[in-house]
Design a protein around this ligand. Sequence first.
Ligand code: SF4
Ligand code: SF4
Length: 178
Amino acid sequence: MQALTKRAQAVDRKPMTLMERLYLPAIVKGMAITFGHIFKKKPTVRYPEEKRPFSPVFRGLHVLNRDEEGRERCTACGLCAVACPAEAITMEAAERLPGEENLYREEKYAARYEINMLRCIFCGLCEEACPKDAIYLSETFAPANYARKGFIYGKDDLLIPDPKTEPEAYAKAKGERN
Ligand code: SF4
Ligand code: SF4
């Protein structure tokens, strides 16, 4: 039958040579490649038993910082939210009341502070924008979650432990870099 177009290509089926028909050389060649890989260093990491060291510039989960007296540093100025390219940060400011000086360092503080981790791209611009050293990206991962709601981190999730009452947890959350 005549082809309708000229795109059809006639395939030249060459008869197999004796070596090709034996298949053994090809099998031996394949096995040599397989055995060659057995003695090579494995590129895979057996996580979680084995952990790779983080890069010195790794940016992980956010932490809302406290000062050395345990007071919240954030003054709800909103600069981090403005700097955030993903619009992941929202907050509500409140005024510090008399008697709350031991809780909040500044006269204004964040009554509500939220980061949507599904939006966050871990760029670190919020950390750079903050004039109060109140937010930084730590050396830990944001844990996995089955629900979208679980990725909205509030103040309870973000606030670092109090250095006065929980010094060990504070040092652990602070990490070695900060
Ligand atoms: S790390 Fe970047 S994307 Fe994430 S909250 Fe901060 S500024 Fe926004
Ligand atoms: S974390 Fe820093 S930049 Fe963001 S609102 Fe608080 S003080 Fe301002």
